[in-house]
Unconditional design. Sequence first.
Length: 434
Amino acid sequence: MTRAKSSKKSSKRSREQTKSRPKLKEKHEEIKAVAEAEPTLRQATEDFIRKTIHEKAPYMPKRIVDELVSKITANNLTEEEASKVIDLAINEYVNSLIEPGEAVGTVTAQSIGEPGTQMTLRTFHYAGVRELNVTLGLPRLIELVDARKTPSTPITYVYLDEEHRHDPEKARNLARKIELTRIENVASGIYMDLVTGIITLELDPEMLEDKGVTVNQVKSILEKYGDVKVSDENPYTLILETGIVDYLKLSRLRDKILRTKIKGIKNIKSVIIQKRGDEYVLITDGTNLRALMKVKGVDPYRTVSNDIKEIEEVLGIEAARTMLIREIMNVLNEQGLDVDIRHVTLVADIMTRSGTVKQIGRHGVTGEKESTLARAAFEVTVKHLLEAAARGEVDELLGVAENIIVGQPIPLGTGKVSLMMKTSAIRKKQGDGS
């Protein structure tokens, strides 16, 4: 009896649920229609965002527009919320624009110069490895703005291709291949016999294994200096019969043998393997970008060195400019200094605008100013003035320093505005009483 009652109740409930389903569906459709009609509830689409930005600020850069689209759509904002975000972004962009006549050079100099006084004079051991030091702080910043031909600690960041980047063994083999290995790196001792003219070379088995070099490789390289054989007593000892009994000549040959290259790329003194995220990266002590980019297994599109001059020669001036900005920003960020990237970009633009990387100094940007007075105001005043007088140069007084020297308003800010006024017209109007 109880079962019968319960089955009746359940069937009745199911019939009620079936009847209520169309009503729920209708209600859902009604809510959806209201949401689509109301901007407070309607979700912002990409077309809506782009259209709104174009109507309100057609001058907005494409990069900022794309970023706004991706951020708004990712957060599922409504049209009303999206409009508020767009208004805020436009307001921020307009406020960040530089006004005509702004002294951007002076602001840049102050913005980089003041934090520069807080920078440390130091180098640090890279990745905890004693052999590899990296210059940081003020010395590195001076190196960059002076456009030094070779950095004090040249380093290359070698990224690997898809086949090698995830396999530690393949990365290790590639590191051995590119590291410059000389005979002195794998030898434990070298001895000369002045009576017989024999040079005995003892090899270190641990170093041979570490560098991925065999005894036969060393033997074949030494054969160009004379007859070579492996010692019967020790398989890691090579005997070279030179036939030279003169001490000076034999000493020179010994030094030449120690410097003889077995394998690797010139200037790459050592290689460290480091894991970054899910891939292995090779960090080299020394740079030879042109040769490294040709090695099979190296990703040439991401491999870079910290030598700006080398990048200019191998990849061109635009790549050098980009690396200059990146390196200066890395130095400042590492020191915890917050400098806007636009200041650094201006410095890089000034240094590379002629098509080559030039230092900011008397041998570069400042020394090549057209104004004689501006050059004289910086350094070696008498020399500049005498040379300009001998050549009969004319100073047009278009810059800041030269106008300050002669006591004129500088062509910046309000001094840049040339306003002409007809005083006769004003007098005439005043005479008419109008």
